[in-house]
Ligand binder design. Structure first.
Ligand SMILES: [Zn+2]
Length: 393
């Protein structure tokens, strides 16, 4: 790793040196190199720090999302319980209404009975039949008198019994109603408890949601930083391709497709609306571990882990300033400095670096400019839209 890092550093430094810095002497050059080496080291540390932060935020969001979904479940259960209790309370209310109607009916019956009794008494008084004396005096003989008294007694006993029964019924219904009222109060209490539980669960949900939003905005700003690093990586790759122009003449043919057996493109070359960024390559999704082949013979400029986004990355120099690069690998089959033949397996598909799934991000660079790979390669390796030889000129 260290050796590889210093190789790429040297490449970067040579470029920086040749392109931007024109040291007057060797001593100056050496101090420039040391300075750049320090800057690059710092940059790499920053980038791995961002990766760590992103990972930890991602984990936090995942755990909050799982909390949120269990809260969702709880809230759902509470709502179902509330529905059940609401039905119970409704049912009790209906029963109470029935009992109240019964009480009213019995009360009316009782009142009516009392009213009729008073009316009879009044009529009998008006007819002068109010007292035992008048009853006795009015009788023709003793047996008639006795019969009258007995009848009166019976009538009064019957009336008393009837009245007592009505009162007893009314009392029983009232007791039942009181019982129902108590039941209703108890169920209503359950209902109130559930409602306040629901409020608590809702506010917990809201807290979780706002925590997620905060983390998401943190993630967005980190993603913006990552985008900057990706641009820096692309800049470095351009410089490398400029360097490659002095490494020999291109002697290859048309390029071949880098992931045999996988032909789809999940993200093409050019401006991407979803992240408002320019995509310098094409993304070819494939299973992790799928072999990746060299699109033409060349020399491996580097096969190393870059922290600027590419993850495990291979850059091949094909000569005449033509460079291809292969990003987000899960493993290498070659090492820096090695020469490779066309179609040779150089590494394996993965999702390292700034990547959300297993795919190869393949790029073509010539003399410091990126080109749309789909102009020069296709999955069936048939005649390309444009010839790579025309590009090299
Ligand atoms: Zn890509």
């Amino acid at each position: 790793m260290k050796k590889v890092v210093s190789t790429i550093l040297l490449v970067a430094l040579c470029l920086s040196g040749s392109l931007f810095i024109r040291p007057a002497n060797n001593m100056e050059a050496k101090s420039e190199i040391d300075q750049l080496r320090d800057q690059l080291k710092k940059l790499q540390q920053e980038q791995s720090q961002i990766e760590k932060q992103k990972d930890s935020i991602s984990n936090e969001i995942d755990s909050l999302l799982s909390k949120k979904s269990s809260m969702d479940e709880e809230l759902h259960v509470t709502n179902e319980q509330i529905n059940v209790y609401e039905k119970i309370v409704d049912n009790i209310k209906k029963q109470i209404a029935v009992k109240e109607a019964e009480i009213e009916e019995l009360q009316a019956e009782h009142d009516e009975y009392v009213r009729k009794f008073q009316q009879r008494a009044r009529e009998s008084y008006e007819r002068g039949e109010t007292s035992y004396l008048s009853m006795i005096v009015g009788s023709e003989d003793i047996s008639q008198m006795m019969a009258k008294i007995d009848l009166m007694k019976q009538v009064s006993e019957y009336e008393n019994t009837l009245l007592a029964k009505i009162e007893e019924d009314a009392k029983a219904v009232k007791e039942l109603k009181a019982e129902l009222d108590a039941q209703k109060a108890e169920q209503q209490k359950h209902l109130n408890d559930l409602e306040s539980a629901k409020q608590r669960q809702r506010s917990t949900m809201n807290n979780i949601q706002s925590a997620i939003s905060t983390l998401e905005s943190n993630q967005e700003s980190l993603a913006a930083q990552q985008k900057k690093y990706e641009e820096m990586e692309a800049e470095l790759d351009k410089k490398i391709s400029q360097l490659a122009s002095s490494s020999g003449q291109y002697s290859g043919d048309e390029l071949i497709w880098p992931v045999p057996g996988y032909s789809s493109i999940s993200s093409g070359y050019g401006y991407r609306e979803f992240d408002n960024a320019f995509h310098y390559g094409i993304d070819i999704p494939a299973a992790k571990g799928t072999p990746i082949v060299a699109v033409e013979k060349g020399t491996i400029i580097y096969a190393k882990w870059v922290t600027t986004g590419g993850g495990m990355k291979i850059v091949i120099d094909h000569g005449s300033g033509l460079v291809t690069n292969y990003n987000h690998l899960s493993g290498f089959a070659v090492s820096s400095g090695q020469t490779v033949s066309k179609g040779q397996v150089i590494g394996y598909v993965g999702s390292t670096g700034f990547s959300t799934g297993n795919h190869l991000d393949f790029r073509i660079i010539h003399n410091g400019s990126f080109y749309n790979p789909t102009d020069y390669i296709n999955p069936s390796n048939s005649k390309p839209k444009k010839s790579i030889k025309d590009l090299i000129g």
